[in-house]
Design a protein around this ligand. Sequence first.
Ligand SMILES: [Zn+2]
Ligand SMILES: [Zn+2]
Length: 496
Amino acid sequence: MKRLLKQIFLFTTILSLFGCGAAENIAEGKENIENAIIVETMTEVADSEEKAETTATDEENAGTATDDERNKKTAVDDEKNVETVADGERNEETAADVDESAVLAADANGTSKMTTSDVGNPKEDADYGENTGLMADDSERSEGSTFEVHFIDVGQADAALVLCDEKAMLIDGGTAEDSSLIYTYLKDRGIDYLDYIVCTHAHEDHAGGLAGALNYASAGIALCPVTDYDSKDFQNFTTYLEKQELSITVPIAGDSFQLGSASIQILGPINLDAEDINNTSIVLRVIYGTTSFLFTGDAGREEEQDILNAGYELDSTVLKVGHHGSASSTTYPFLREIMPEYAVISVGKDNSYGHPAEETLSRLRDADVKVFRTDMQGDIICSSDGETVLFSVEKNADADTLSGINSNDAGENGTNASLLDEETIISSQEEETIASQQKEEAAPGIDYVLNTNTHKFHYPNCSSVDQMKESNKLFYTGTRDEVIAMGYDPCKRCKP
Ligand SMILES: [Zn+2]
Ligand SMILES: [Zn+2]
């Protein structure tokens, strides 16, 4: 079913590229769940259908065919990146040949000096680089197995905590100002041992708060695409690692490891030397039963393309949207392969970057993804039983997460939604009047400006038009109905 949706999505994307109608509301048959507090998904059905289709000759098989190439590539990478732990065998090689970080990774496996928690012995817990196989299937999930992802609200930053069978992995820690928040978050839940601490990339909105985590919890393995970076926040992070006698392990795309009965696959970065640090983000996929979760850090278009080229399986139930919903991430080709049912955007209210971008929201809307946002909904917790995912949010369960407005006035109290609706209606009528007055003054002859990328249309004087790429602009003279028939949606700002 998911695969079918994927095809419909591809088809409608092509349709909408050609400006044909009825492109926006795809997959209407897909359940539209109103209640965001408890949302259910039936991935089991989707999966069995998918399995039946695996034999078909299609792009996906092409993806499998590249596995060998990928293995070759990894082998090459292994030689190049002496700093990374490649596989179990390598650890058994002469210690003299193994570099410092490999030794430290092995230390984490082989010593128990950091056992400050009763969660378990790092000797058994913290494995990295061991080829653990790709799937944690049902048989591997013991009775009483649990899985949760906490998307912690750290404003304009990222922090997610993955908990599986008493094991923990922290992916980013927000900014330095979030240090105490992260410290408290772990403390409140008694998580004083992190099997993995992941710094997706060196930017301070990801690395900054990790010191806070390490101030409370000890860690088994630290993953980051760089071992050094010239910033106070990053040095703070490494200082805390050093205090625990830990050094950074640089993961290689293609690596996999276990977190309890969940499997983790490293999909990126593929190009560790990418000019834009965002494109060095560690991208990883967590698989628990038939549910899966894709974490993308701040990966942008280039890294997404690298990952697509590598032919990895990307299909995921939940997507942590790249780069706080920036327009340069979550591109159509990438999204089409992931085909998530849910997405989480970690983003700050009223941030100066305009995140999440209208374009990104529009792509998620086109793909019929249910979106959660930390700026509107606070902490977002997703749990999985291996077949079904459930979401719970701190506030505003039914917030309009796909609206372009990146703040929510109902934000803090969230109780007077009906009152807010009334106000919105009134103000939108006023705006309509103002907008149509402005329209006449602004651009005679041109009725609308169409964005061929987002498939939104605007009055020529809408502020969004100024921000639009020239190449995406299409000036149109004609009626509103014609534009809608072409598959375009009215802008929420100028309301044409
Ligand atoms: Zn960021
Ligand atoms: Zn970044």
